[in-house]
Design a protein around this ligand. Structure first.
Ligand code: C2O
Ligand code: CU
Length: 464
C-alpha cells in the first residue's frame, strides 16, 4: 500500500504483533452491592503499555488500562462514579452521548483539578440503552489526553433485550496509535493539528489485528466504537454478513443489511455479524477521502482490524434476529430552526501558517453563549460544512435524528431512523437534524476531530 507509506505516516513506524486472541475490555466492577445502583471509581493516571517487545510506551490510562474499563449498567440504574484525577493536569470525564444533567456532563466549564477527586452521579432513564463512551473533555487538552489513552466504553443494557443472548455482546473499541522508534508516542505536528492526529496503527481494544475464533454459522453482536481522534473508518467485513442493528443511541427499529460502514470519529454502530463460511473473515478498512489540508493525506486503506477464524465445526443453531427491534418516536415538528456553518481559515503569523476552525465565523469562547434554547422544545439544526474537510458534528445533552442530507443540490433521506449524537458532515454537505434538549444547563456542540474542537470548532447552547 504505497499511499500508506507516504507522508508523515509510516515513516519509522514500529511493527506491532498481530494475531493474538482478542482481549475483552476489562469490566469495571460494581461496588454498590445492591441492585439499581452502579458505583465505582475511575482513576486517571500515567501507565505504560507494551505495544512492541522490550519497549514500554508511556500512556495515560483509567484504572491502569487503555482503553479504560468497560462500564456496563442497566437502564433505570443510578450511577455514581468517583473520578480521581492523577494525571498531573486538569481533566474531566465526559459521558459521551449519555442523557446526564448538565452539571454531571464533564464539559470544559467544569474541570477537575490535578490531584482532585469528584463524584459524577446520574440516573440512566428507561429507554436509554445504547453504546456510549467516556473520555476527558478539559479545555485545550482533550485531544492530547484522549490520544494518549483516556477513553472507555459505557454500555447501557436494556432490561428486555430483543437481540438473542446467544449472539454474545462484544465491544470493539478502535483507537489509533503512532509509535516512535523508542516506543514513545511522538508529539503532534502542525499537520496533526490541522487534520487531527491519525496514527500508523488502528488498534482494537488496544491490540493490532487480534483474532477471534467462532464456529461456522455463528452470529455475533458487535459494538463498534470509533474512539480515534481523527480517523475515518470505512469498514468492510470479508467473508461475513453484516447487519446494522443499532446506532449511537441504541437499537434501530429494524435490522438493516449492509456491505460497508462509515464510522467517523466518535460514532458507534451495533452490528450482528454472521459467519457462514469456514476460513478467515476479516474486518478491514477501505480508503475514505475526508479531505486534507496539508501534504500527503493519510491513506486509511488496507488495514486489517480484526481477523475472525471461522471453524468447520458448525455452531449450535442460532435463534433468529427479530424483525422488529423497537419503535423510535418521531420528534414533533420543530418550532425553532438554527443554522451552523463550519468554516476553516488560514492566516500567516510569526511562526508560520495558522489554521482556525470556526462555527458561524467564531472560534470557541468558554465565556460566550452561542445559542439559547428552551428545554422540551423540538429544534431543527442545519449543519452546513463549507470547509475543505469533513467534520463530524457532536452535540451534548441529548440524541438527535438526522432527517436530511444535501450535497451538490441533491437531497437524500437517511436509510433508517436512528438516535445519534455524532454525525459526519462531509465537506460541501448540509445535514439537517432534529432534537429536543430535555434538561436545562449549558451544553457543548463541536467537531469531534478533537484537534478541531481545540482549535475553535465548538460552541455552547444554553438550555433554559
Ligand atoms: Cu465525545 Cu464533547 O465529546
Ligand atoms: Cu473538524
Amino acid at each position: 500500500h504505497a499511499g500508506h507509506e507516504m507522508g508523515a505516516m509510516g515513516q519509522g513506524a514500529a511493527s506491532l504483533p498481530e494475531g493474538e486472541a482478542l482481549r475483552a475490555l476489562p469490566p469495571l466492577a460494581n461496588e454498590a452491592g445492591r441492585p439499581g445502583l452502579f458505583k465505582a471509581r475511575l482513576t486517571a493516571q500515567s501507565a505504560t503499555a507494551r505495544f512492541v517487545a522490550d519497549r514500554d510506551t508511556p500512556i495515560l490510562a483509567y484504572n491502569g488500562t487503555s482503553p479504560g474499563p468497560l462500564i456496563e449498567a442497566f437502564e433505570g440504574d443510578r450511577v455514581e462514579i468517583t473520578f480521581a484525577n492523577r494525571i498531573g493536569e486538569q481533566s474531566t470525564i465526559h459521558w459521551h452521548g449519555m442523557p446526564v444533567p448538565a452539571d454531571q456532563d464533564g464539559n470544559p466549564m467544569d474541570p477537575v483539578a490535578a490531584g482532585a477527586d469528584r463524584i459524577y452521579a446520574f440516573d440512566l432513564p428507561e429507554g436509554s440503552a445504547g453504546s456510549y463512551w467516556y473520555h476527558p473533555h478539559p479545555h485545550g487538552r482533550t485531544a492530547e489526553q484522549v490520544y494518549r489513552g483516556l477513553a472507555g466504553a459505557f454500555v447501557v443494557k436494556a432490561k428486555a433485550d430483543p437481540v438473542p443472548a446467544a449472539y454474545g455482546d462484544t465491544v470493539l473499541m478502535f483507537t489509533d496509535l503512532r509509535l516512535a522508534a523508542d516506543g514513545s508516542m511522538p508529539d503532534s505536528t502542525m499537520n496533526d493539528q490541522m487534520n487531527g492526529r491519525v496514527g500508523d496503527h488502528v488498534l482494537v481494544n488496544g491490540q493490532k489485528n487480534p483474532k477471534l475464533t467462532v464456529a461456522m454459522g455463528a452470529k455475533r453482536r458487535l459494538r463498534l466504537y470509533n474512539a480515534t481522534n481523527a480517523r475515518f473508518l470505512r469498514l468492510v467485513f470479508a467473508n461475513a454478513v453484516m447487519t446494522v442493528i443499532g446506532s449511537d443511541g441504541g437499537l434501530l427499529e429494524k435490522p438493516v443489511a449492509t456491505d460497508e460502514i462509515l464510522l467517523s470519529p466518535a460514532e458507534r454502530v451495533e452490528l450482528v455479524v454472521a459467519f457462514e463460511r469456514p476460513g478467515a473473515a476479516t474486518l478491514t478498512t477501505l480508503d475514505y477521502d475526508r479531505g486534507w489540508m496539508g501534504p500527503g493525506r493519510p491513506a486509511d486503506a488496507g488495514q486489517t482490524l480484526l481477523t475472525v477464524d471461522v471453524s468447520d465445526a458448525p455452531a449450535e443453531a442460532m435463534p433468529p434476529l427479530p424483525e422488529r427491534l423497537r419503535s423510535i418516536a418521531r420528534l414533533a415538528a420543530p418550532t425553532v430552526s438554527r443554522r451552523l456553518v463550519f468554516t476553516e481559515t488560514m492566516a500567516m503569523n510569526a511562526t508560520g501558517m495558522e489554521m482556525g476552525f470556526l462555527i458561524n465565523g467564531k472560534a470557541f469562547d468558554m465565556g460566550r453563549v452561542d445559542i439559547v434554547a428552551k428545554a422540551g422544545e423540538p429544534e431543527l439544526w442545519e449543519i452546513v460544512n463549507q470547509a475543505d474537510m469533513d467534520h463530524p458534528f457532536h452535540l451534548h445533552g441529548t440524541q438527535f435524528q438526522v432527517v436530511e442530507r444535501e450535497r451538490g443540490g441533491r437531497v437524500s433521506k437517511p436509510p433508517y431512523l436512528a438516535w445519534k449524537d455524532t454525525v459526519n458532515v462531509a465537506r460541501g454537505e448540509t445535514v439537517r437534524l432534529v432534537m429536543r434538549q430535555e434538561r436545562p444547563g449549558s451544553r457543548m456542540y463541536h467537531c469531534h476531530i478533537l484537534e478541531h474542537e481545540q482549535l475553535g470548532m465548538m460552541g455552547i447552547v444554553d438550555v433554559q
